[in-house]
Design a protein. Sequence first.
Length: 214
Amino acid sequence: MICRYSNKNDLEGIARCHMKAFPSSLSSSLGLNYAARMISFYLADDRGVLFHVEDENEITGYCGGLMSRVPGRHGSATSMTQHTFRSLVLNLLIRPWLIFHHEIRSNIPLITKNLKLRFTGRTSDNAVPQPGRNQEFTPSMGLVVIGVSPDFRGKGHGSLLLKEFESRARKEGFKKITLSVRKENNQAITAYKRNGWLVSREGPSELYMYKELD
């Protein structure tokens, strides 16, 4: 079992791993090509972090993150939606029944925001920070996604990915790492707490967690 940084040649293997790890997600339902396009965001964005675990020449787990050094840029959800926008629309035209997928129904505000960005031509993230928010900003590296193929769970793959994420954050000079996780994902929450993560705040459906680095 080895962990290494990913490149474009790994995208299909990571996409297959993603579809095994999250079979009911919208990205998996949209097919392998869309999943690979989505994951390529981490390689295309200058803030992106992407690495994976291999076991017997198979990609069995992966981790994607986003470095945040300055305020005012779009977050991971908006940035990724803009990155995949054309592919998303085309794939929904091919599979129109997925318009009723629960992830679309629960993310109407995000979809509306991205449509407005497209129609106004403001798809870049050169946003102007809101007054007073700079003082609240702390540079951090956010864990956006971590996925492990079901056949390899419980074998240390997830812990290895978390340790590598922390290691990369330290190398990049960050003192804090963050993530959000759905409240019902008790297994993930337990794993994060076991690895030293703390809850910073609670949203309607998610917990926001952080870890201070030495």
